[in-house]
Design a protein around this ligand. Structure first.
Ligand code: GBH
Length: 480
């Protein structure tokens, strides 16, 4: 009852790239070593440990700062083409600024990059995966537009030191997620509750910072270094609850507020924030008594400057919800502006994370929406993964991986979506932000009770290695 071996349906295209990912705060540890200064996640975990479910932190995490060579051996065992990791800004520039460059920090990433290349693995470097130097947060962080200049300065240090060997750059990981740290005091650092304003002001700066890094690369580095630079967006699929205008419009708003807010200024021919976002925030702002929209308007100069600043479309995708409209009253908030109720179908298989259900068809629909509205750009899946409690025989992760990859192949072969690479989140179990070490995303298990942080292979890592080696979905995972 397995379908016949159809190469077209279950094989990856020639040149397709496979990788896996981590981020600095989630794996490195060494929080006070070798000249690193504090970042906003050090501050949050130490000052507000009640916001972390197991009251843990990333002080030691997976100790990848000391164990990077072991990590590279795991990557080699998987057979991946690339490793996506992030640089800790405060490890490289302890003041946040370029007046002090910490050589030990520069050396760490040089050693990691060289070790990867010596093992035939390309580095894919995320410049910012949420760990802002505390010194810069003390100036207000991302809502302060001066940050765009500081980010460009930091980007120059990275291109100068690593660009001879790094050919894939990601400026920002999930801007829609970390800018919410200025909107709400519930979860993410820096935990500034400027509701209705914080996320929009931070978004404005982040778009300008991204564009500055892109233009800097174009103007000073691209000719010699020949790399690619993009951003990693995060979006869940939103399926209209019912096939009615209101639910379709609600899901469209959800997409535009979370993905379009960043992707439209960069990938659409006209640039700027999506129309529905501008209209909704302006409408609510007026009703709330403001004389101007809470959403900053981009100047024509900014629109032109931001437009077209990506060589690929980085997509972090995990799950799907059903959406229908919900009207909020009261104080201005981002949530009120979006105006949606999102619910999973509780019959979908779950995970260790309340928000993560296994809905592979949503992945295919999301890929199609991106191809449709952004003119089929080259997409790199920069994250996709599943959480459990750390079991070695991780059948849930194997099912997630094989079913999501199958739907991705359907999007490529059946629908013509231009997906060129895939990144499994994550290489190793790590510090899962507000959920501490209670939710595990790794292909390899990490023993956080062990001072040596021993890594142990899970069954899913073996399956991923088989997929990479054979460049196809193994027959036993093919559906009828
Ligand atoms: C990614 O975010 C991150 O890039 C990565 O660092 C992280 O480890 C990985 O996902 C797994 O979570 O707790 O119910 O309030 C994915 C987007 C946004 C999903 C925040 C979880 C919190 C939901 N994440 N969200 S809840």
């Amino acid at each position: 009852d397995k379908v016949p071996d159809s190469l077209k349906d279950y094989a990856f295209p020639d040149g397709f790239l496979f990788g896996t990912a981590t981020s600095s705060y989630q794996v490195e540890g060494a929080w006070l070593e070798d000249g690193k200064s504090l970042n906003i996640w050090d501050t949050l975990t130490h000052n507000k440990s009640n916001l972390i479910s197991d009251r843990s932190n990333g002080d030691v995490a997976c100790d990848s700062y000391h164990k990077y060579k072991e990590d590279v051996q795991l990557l080699k065992e998987l057979g991946v083409n690339f490793y996506r990791f992030s640089v800790s800004w405060s490890r490289i520039l302890p003041t946040g600024h370029i007046n002090v460059v910490n050589q030990a920090g520069i050396d760490y990433y040089n050693n990691l990059i060289n070790e990867l290349l010596a093992n035939g693995i390309q580095p894919m470097v995320t410049m910012y995966h949420w760990d802002l130097p505390q010194t810069l947060q003390d100036l207000g962080g991302w809502p302060n537009q001066v940050m765009a200049q500081y980010f460009e300065d930091y980007a120059r240090v990275l291109f100068t030191n690593y660009g001879d060997r790094v050919k894939y750059w990601i400026t920002f990981n999930e801007p829609s997620v970390f800018t919410a740290g200025y909107e709400s005091v519930a979860f993410h650092a820096p935990n500034v509750g400027a509701t209705g304003f914080g996320q929009y002001l931070a978004t404005h700066t982040v778009l300008k910072a991204h564009a500055r890094a892109y233009h800097l690369y174009d103007n000073e580095f691209r000719a010699a270094q020949q790399g690619k630079i993009g951003m990693a967006f995060n979006i869940n699929w939103c399926e209209p609850r019912d096939n009615i205008t209101e639910d379709i419009a609600a899901c469209n708003r959800m997409q535009e507020f979370n993905l379009g807010m960043y992707a439209h200024p960069v990938f659409s021919p006209e640039g700027d924030f999506p129309t529905v976002v501008k209209e909704r925030v302006a409408m609510n702002s007026e009703a709330e008594g403001f004389t101007q929209s809470r959403l900053p308007s981009l100047t024509q100069e900014e629109i032109e400057y931001i437009k077209g600043t990506a060589d690929f479309f980085g997509l972090n995708h995990y799950t799907t919800f059903y959406g229908s409209p919900l009207t909020y009253t009261g104080e201005p908030t981002f949530t009120k502006d979006v105006g949606i109720l999102m619910m999973p179908d509780f019959s979908w298989p779950g995970s260790a994370s309340i928000w993560l259900h296994v809905v592979p068809w949503g992945f295919r629909k999301q890929l199609n929406r991106i191809a449709e509205i952004y003119n089929n750009p080259p997409v790199i899946i920069t994250e996709n993964g599943f959480s459990d409690h750390g079991e070695l025989n991780d059948t849930g992760r194997i099912n997630y991986l094989t079913s999501y990859l199958t739907e991705m192949l359907n999007a490529i072969h059946e629908d013509g979506c231009n997906v060129v690479g895939y990144t499994a989140w994550s290489l190793i179990d790590n510090f899962e932000w507000n959920n501490g070490y209670t939710q595990r995303f790794g292909l390899y298990h990490v023993d956080f009770e062990d001072p040596n942080r021993a890594r142990t292979i899970k069954e899913s890592a073996k399956v991923y290695a088989e997929i990479i080696a054979t460049k196809q979905i193994p027959e036993r995972f093919r559906e009828e």
